[in-house]
Design a protein around this ligand. Structure first.
Ligand code: F0G
Length: 381
């Protein structure tokens, strides 16, 4: 038997494709290497010949894809001598920032919209020792404040405007290609700030890039993104499809939205920070943006849980909600290979999950006959 090297986080794993050196002290919680699960029951419901995979990012250490970016951002902040980090957040970034700051023994300041972040995320940031600033405004207002405060205060921003965040997040695309043995035809993602869709495109482009030691010009695929010399690993890239919640859909409106509203609080964002790069991804990949209603989002969340045993938060489910609609209309053709990213774990937002399952609890006395009769009544169907 040959002994396998233990997986110890994405920076160690992809170190030659990330901006770290041999001396860099890596701040990691073992993030990345998440499952890519083929859906069995939902494609059957669609009555189309289609392969749908879910990239289950909720299985990262703090329960969302943010850990991929945060390991890089905090590693580099510490390398540069930072003693504190700061972010605005709809919840997941704050939980990740708090955890990685704790690991690095530095301070995390997180700015969150008062009353608009899910309980699980708040619990994480609180127990992980972040200094939490609840503001009477939305994420966009918080983001503006964070940018201004970082100019005048010795704190490093770890929102996705920090370029190291996207470098870490690009590794999800690497993992997908390695698991499938190819790039998917379509990659469907929820879009808030649009950092993640941009990061995936960087990752896909790097693996399709044919830049090597003898070629100095940027190749057609990486468009200059990729500073690393290597052979191409795949010859295609997916069409990138970004879904937004109807009440928070600036990419659909073509302009910023001032009062975003949606049940999917993670993507309750009206002023995306990666506006230009997301449009570039859209154009280069030949993909599109679309929007889903809160009802469609919640229905997809429920379907994933009921039919596949996959529990994700509402924002994540939009990737499947949109993909199902695009499969039904034929916009995504039969025979396609689709990846939907489930960006955050369902446990992040237990309140919304319980609210939409209300009425499904059967309350009985602790008596055998009552348990038996409840089972018999529900056995059929
Ligand atoms: N899904 C989840 C679960 C998120 O938490 C976010 C963003 C997104 C999707 C959208 O990703 O912004 O890169 O387009 N959450 C940020 C936060 C804004 O503060 O946790 P994006």
């Amino acid at each position: 038997m040959t002994l396998q090297t233990h997986y110890s986080g994405l920076i160690e794993h992809y170190r030659e494709r990330l901006p770290v050196s041999a001396d860099t002290q890596i701040i990691s919680l073992g993030e990345g290497n998440t499952p890519l699960l083929k859906l069995h029951n939902i494609p059957a419901l669609l009555d189309r010949k289609i392969d749908i995979y879910a990239k289950y990012e909720g299985l990262n250490p703090t329960g969302s894809f943010k850990d991929r970016g945060m390991t890089m951002a905090v590693t580099k902040a510490v390398e540069d001598g930072a003693k504190a980090i700061v972010c605005a957040s709809t919840g997941n970034t704050s939980a990740a920032a708090a955890a990685y700051a704790a690991r690095a023994a530095i301070k995390a300041f997180v700015v969150i919209p008062d009353g608009k972040i899910a309980q699980g995320k708040l619990a994480q940031a609180m127990l992980e020792g972040a200094i939490i600033l609840q503001v009477s405004g939305n994420f966009d207002a918080g983001m503006q404040l964070v940018k201004e405060v970082a100019e005048a205060t010795p704190v490093t921003i770890v929102n996705s405007i920090n370029p190291y965040r996207l470098q870490g997040q690009k590794t999800a695309a690497f993992e997908i290609i390695e698991t499938l043995g190819r790039a998917p035809d379509f990659h469907c993602l929820p879009v808030g700030n649009a950092g993640n869709i941009t990061a995936h495109w960087i990752g896909y482009s790097e693996y399709a890039c044919s830049k090597n030691d003898n070629v100095t010009a940027a190749c057609a695929y990486c468009n200059g993104h990729c500073p690393y010399a290597h052979e191409p690993i795949v010859s295609t890239r997916p069409k990138m499809v970004g879904y937004q919640a109807q009440g928070a859909a600036p990419f659909l409106r073509g302009v910023m939205v001032d009062n975003p509203e949606t049940v999917a609080t993670a993507i309750r964002i009206g002023h995306p920070q990666s506006w230009d790069s997301a449009w570039q991804v859209n154009e280069e990949s030949g993909g599109w943006f679309d929007e889903c209603s809160d009802e469609e989002i919640l229905a997809a969340q429920k379907l994933l849980a009921e039919k596949e045993g996959l529990f994700c938060e509402p924002a994540s489910a939009i990737s499947l909600a949109g993909a199902m609609r695009d499969v039904k209309t034929g916009k995504i053709p039969e025979g396609s290979c689709i990846v939907c990213t489930l960006t955050g774990h369902g446990l992040k937002d237990p309140d919304t999950a319980i609210r939409q399952s209300a009425g499904e609890l059967i309350t009985i006395e602790a008596k055998l006959d009552q348990v038996q009769s409840a089972i018999m009544k529900n056995l059929a169907g």
